[in-house]
Design a protein around this ligand. Structure first.
Ligand SMILES: [Zn+2]
Length: 86
């Protein structure tokens, strides 16, 4: 355990990774209330799936990068189109 404690606060780093291609999307190194990131709107299962808490206090957030989002959107459209034909 090596939590970064500054001014009595607990600072965690949020690392955002794409859960599809595993590329790093970005990171936030701020004392943010996780509620501000919208995690509060997620169900417990979604949180467990999306967020991994590391032993050092850092947080891995499984998200989706722009490339994969485009791909998934395109794939979803094609899928709907195939379904429509049938
Ligand atoms: Zn990706």
């Amino acid at each position: 355990m090596s939590l970064k404690v500054i001014n009595g606060g607990c600072y965690m780093t949020y690392y955002y990774f794409c859960s599809h291609c595993k590329s790093k999307i970005g990171e936030l190194d701020k004392d943010i209330n996780s509620n501000l990131l919208g995690f509060n709107n997620l169900t417990r299962e979604e949180k467990d799936e999306m967020i991994n808490y590391l032993p050092n206090g850092d947080i891995i957030v499984n998200s989706i990068c722009k490339n994969c989002e485009e791909y998934v959107t395109r794939y979803a459209l094609n899928f709907d189109y195939d379904t429509f034909i049938q």
